[in-house]
Ligand binder design. Structure first.
Ligand SMILES: Cc1cc2nc3c(=O)[nH]c(=O)nc-3n(C[C@H](O)[C@H](O)[C@H](O)COP(=O)(O)O)c2cc1C
Length: 211
């Protein structure tokens, strides 16, 4: 193997010295690319809500558990946290290139009780198991029940874990032989720093070593 340490010089940063905006910009430019959880919930009045969250990860595959992290507004918790605390179910939808503009539109800070579906022309689709709707047209939709909600002390972040109780896969993105999702058909977008996103265009393989 080549020596990867030659010519490497590092800029060291103490996160404690950063102001809030810089800390956010640095974090979101480092953890890249991030998948986007496009989360739909339902309010107590039956009004559906949706918003994107890219602090998003898989936690477990059996049972399937996913997690995303929601920051706080200066004025209080975001609607997604309020609605999930009120009704512990939601859907996590994946966004493809075609829906990327719509997805970003749903990040607008509409007042609590106003539906991003109505504002952006997206269609809520009835779920099979949970009360929260799926996002119509999203190539992958996961119905989730709340597994765990954790207000992470000192951070303002709420981490929400959802147990996936149903997957819905657009049949055009499913590989006919494997039954798995074909990344070339899914065409997901990844979130980068600032307002930047990326497409998945250049896929390559590296085999894991066998010991
Ligand atoms: C692509 C994208 C990713 C985002 N990721 C996050 C995130 O991980 N955590 C967060 O708190 N806000 C994130 N936001 C901002 C929220 O979507 C935004 O605050 C939204 O208004 C929250 O909606 P709500 O009040 O209906 O919950 C993201 C925005 C965009 C466009």
């Amino acid at each position: 193997m080549t020596d990867t340490t030659t010519h490497t010089k590092y800029v060291s940063v103490d996160p404690e010295t950063l102001d809030k905006a810089t800390a956010y910009s640095l974090t979101t430019s480092l953890l890249v690319p991030r998948p986007v959880a496009w989360v739909a919930t339902i309010g107590p009045d039956g009004v559906p809500n949706c918003a994107p969250f890219s602090f998003f990860m898989g936690v477990s595959s059996q049972p399937p558990v996913v997690a995303f992290s929601v920051g706080q507004r200066r004025t209080g918790p975001k609607d997604t946290v309020r609605t999930i605390e009120g009704h512990p179910e939601f859907t996590v939808n994946l966004c493809n290139e075609e829906l990327a503009e719509h997805m970003v539109q749903t990040a607008a800070d509409y007042p609590y009780g106003q539906s991003e579906f109505e504002k952006t022309g997206l269609k809520p689709l009835a779920s099979e198991i949970v009360k929260a709707p799926r996002i119509g047209g999203a190539p992958v939709q996961m119905e989730c029940t709340l597994y765990h909600l954790h207000h992470l002390e000192g951070t303002g972040a709420t981490v929400i874990f959802g147990r996936v109780v149903r997957y819905h896969l657009d049949e055009t993105v499913v590989h006919p032989e494997s039954g798995l999702v074909d990344i070339r058909k899914l065409r997901p977008v990844g979130r980068l720093g600032g307002n930047e996103f990326c497409r998945v265009r250049d896929v390559f393989e590296i085999a894991k070593p066998r010991v």
